[in-house]
Design a protein around this ligand. Structure first.
Ligand code: IVH
Length: 703
């Protein structure tokens, strides 16, 4: 069989199995086997580049499918998958995100990189599109009919929202032209500003809580409402990408032409979209849009710049998150002035006491802000922000509102400098702060404010996932002294919960008492019960140990396998675990050294919580793999895998990944921009693997 024949055969096999997997959800071969077909094809194509054709599965999936499958077997994605029961769709190609630029200099640097990689001194054609602040959507069409709509989800799998999307007028259910075959179109669903205002007015009139911004309103409408609402409420959409799956006709050679073609087919195209020759012209267009942005009928947070010539894109490639052929220029954060009414302090679950501003509500970057962070007491004192000041407010990274500083010319004559309290506002304990630390802390571990925040975290969706155990129920439980630590949650009964009452004031000023009731109580008790068998990492994360995030908890679960092993782990053992640095190691150790915390673990154990990884899962992990006893070092950037994915792949085959090269190292995997480790390998005579060789090694072992 010639290489060309084998390439053909592989393409046929891959297309067949991809269809079984994606379309019929009936795979006939294991993911690993599928991956090795893709890897073999990729290797052959690397050897015989002349045989690469645009519709090869390697081009279609941009080398992703195989590696997504690899990751899927790992802990992260399978958890993301099990978060809820909504039907999931696996995207034809990963939905990537965009790298950001905040200045003209960064845009010029992007252009430099592009020209360098394309080896040209000529001006590049860029398409400028407004970056719509909505929700990305993937629409699957087959022979001109809309078959499925899915949200972005984690980029690999999205939530199926076809019924709602079908009612959005802007999205064609049937194309104007007959297009034979299958493709995915991507775009953004958003609320036009006028429709958003009308919707919120309606909500206010009905006495409901209005949506904070058009984006939330769009997400809420897509996910939670019965179809029909999307149409009535006036959601709209623009599209900006096509991903061919098996199209009969070839696509145009430029992005701009693709957009025009999509428009002819009946898709909505954002009308400002402009083709620009060269980066200077591109910057002019961005400047003009910056001025106009307030006048558009939708929220936009910047401009997306894309290399127009489609043949250039595979040459530029992608990182694990972003394409290298596009960049998002973010408009500078919008700033507004408003009145700072009061400065209050919040007590967090770790005891951190931080000041925040209560503001006269003001609309900034797409939402109404009435509270904003003030970081810490030092920052506040340095900026000399006072109650009664008129202050400048912006959203950091367009998300978290913060006070930039006071407008001194508007300061009332009697405004006094603000003084940080010396005692915890909730329990009265003296506040402390460590050497060199900016944050003051309440060190009373029984402080009700700490318990409140701690329990909210413990029960949260990403930790123990106890639905119904939210802020107000927790407040009632603490108030009634029904819980004094997390273990008390497991002693709550139907009767106790059902009998809880809360009082609130109606809009006409009348006070009302509400019983929690049997129905709600039953739901919460069931959730609590279910959480006893949660995976161990959820509990580790839920404990709220400083610096231990979800990923850290997963790493600890994988490395130690049980709470018993974790409790006795030394700082050195913790530190030698992949991804656990010295700060994290010390923080974990000191948390378990606290007798009160050990007591808590004991009580949680007595309550029947799972404290280890079931043997069947453990067994799968620790079986000696084909790379057992081998040690690898990763350096530089790989194009197909993130460092984490590469590490996972090696470890799944039984190998080890370490940070430094020694004579004992089996091989150093060398990516782009590799540093001194590649040098060291050569000096020590340690083998090196470039990316194709590394991928071949993984493929050889079916990973
Ligand atoms: S292109 C591989 N174009 O921005 C390229 N994205 O930060 C992927 N977005 O998830 C996206 N307007 O939801 C592209 N004209 C536009 C866009 C746009 C809004 C969103 C999209 C994406 C996010 C990335």
């Amino acid at each position: 069989m010639t290489p060309a024949d084998r390439i053909d055969e592989l393409r046929r096999l891959i297309n067949h199995h991809a269809e079984l997997y994606y379309e019929r959800s009936a795979p006939e071969i294991a993911d690993a086997e599928y991956d090795s077909l893709v890897n073999e094809l990729r290797d052959l194509e690397a050897q015989f580049p002349d045989l690469i054709v645009p519709d090869s599965p390697t081009q279609r999936v941009q080398g992703r499918v195989a590696f997504e499958n690899l990751v899927e077997a790992g802990p992260l994605l399978s958890l993301a998958e099990s978060e809820d029961n909504a039907p999931k769709h696996r995207h034809a190609e990963q939905m990537l995100s965009l790298d950001n630029a905040y200045s003209e200099a960064e845009l010029r640097a992007f252009d430099e990189r592009v020209r360098k990689q394309l080896e040209t001194a000529e001006d590049i054609d860029y398409v400028c599109e407004l970056k719509i602040d909505g929700l990305s959507i993937a629409l699957t069409y087959d022979n001109s009919s809309l078959k499925r709509a899915a949200t972005r989800g984690d980029g690999v799998h999205g939530e199926v929202v076809t019924a709602n999307v079908q009612t959005i007028k802007a999205i064609p259910k049937k194309l104007r032209t007959l297009v034979i075959g299958k493709f995915e179109v991507r775009g953004e669903i958003f609320f036009p500003r006028k429709a958003f205002e009308a919707l919120n007015n309606e909500k206010l009139l009905a006495g409901e809580v209005p949506f904070a911004n058009p984006r939330n309103a769009a997400a809420g409408t897509l996910r939670t409402l019965k179809s029909g609402a999307a149409a009535k409420r006036g959601l709209s959409a623009f599209v900006y990408q096509i991903v061919p799956v098996d199209l009969q006709d070839p696509l145009p050679v430029s992005h701009n032409e693709v957009l025009l073609m999509l428009e002819r087919w009946g898709f909505p195209r954002e009308p400002h979209t402009t083709l620009c020759r060269g980066i200077e012209r591109t910057i002019d267009v961005i400047e003009s849009w910056k001025e106009e942005r307030g006048t558009f009928d939708f929220d936009t947070d910047g401009v997306v710049i894309k290399v127009d010539r489609l043949a250039d894109r595979p040459v530029l490639g992608t990182t694990s998150k972003f394409p290298r052929w596009a960049i998002a220029f973010k408009f500078p954060a919008e700033q507004k002035t408003t009145l700072l009414r009061r400065i209050e302090v919040n007590v967090g679950r770790t005891g951190a006491v931080t000041p925040f501003a209560m503001l006269e509500p003001v609309f900034v970057s797409g939402s109404t802000v009435s509270m904003a962070t003030l970081h810490n007491a030092d920052d506040l004192a340095r900026k000399d922000i006072r109650e009664g000041d008129t202050v400048l407010v912006e959203k950091a990274g367009d998300v978290i509102p913060r006070v930039v500083g006071p407008v001194l010319s508007k300061r009332p004559p009697d405004a006094q400098p603000w003084v940080m309290p010396t005692e915890c506002p909730r329990c009265g304990a003296a506040l402390h702060r460590g050497e060199g630390e900016a944050v003051w802390r309440c060190e009373n571990t029984s402080c009700p404010a700490r318990l409140q925040r701690g329990l909210e975290h413990f029960a949260s969706r990403s930790a123990m996932n106890i639905e119904g155990l939210g802020e107000s129920l927790i407040a009632q439980l603490i108030e009634g002294r029904l819980v004094q630590d997390y273990a008390d949650v497991y002693a709550l009964t139907m009767e106790t919960l059902a009998g809880l009452t809360s009082s609130s004031t109606r809009s006409d000023g009348k006070a009302i008492e509400r019983r929690f009731g049997e129905k709600n109580a039953a739901k919460v008790v069931e959730q609590i019960e279910r959480s006893r068998t949660n995976e161990l990492w959820r509990l580790i994360y839920g404990l709220g140990i400083r610096h231990v995030g979800e990923r850290g908890a997963e790493v600890l679960e994988e490395a130690f396998g049980s709470m018993d092993a974790l409790i006795v782990a030394t700082v050195e053992q913790l530190h030698s675990t992949r991804e656990i640095g010295p700060v994290l190691a010390a923080s974990i150790r000191s948390w378990f050294d606290e007798p009160r915390n050990r007591q808590l673990i004991k009580r949680l154990r007595a309550a029947g919580l799972r404290m280890d990884v079931p043997p069947e899962e453990r067994g799968a992990r620790s079986a000696p793999g084909p790379l057992a006893g081998k040690t690898y070092v990763l350096t530089g950037t790989l194009s197909a895998l993130t460092r984490e994915q590469a590490t996972d792949a090696i470890e799944r085959l039984g190998g080890k990944v370490t940070g430094s090269v020694s004579r004992k190292t089996t091989a150093v995997v060398v990516g782009v921009d590799a540093g001194s480790k590649a040098e060291k390998a050569r000096t020590l005579g340690v083998a090196t693997l470039d990316e194709p060789a590394f991928l071949a090694l993984l493929a050889e072992h079916g990973s």
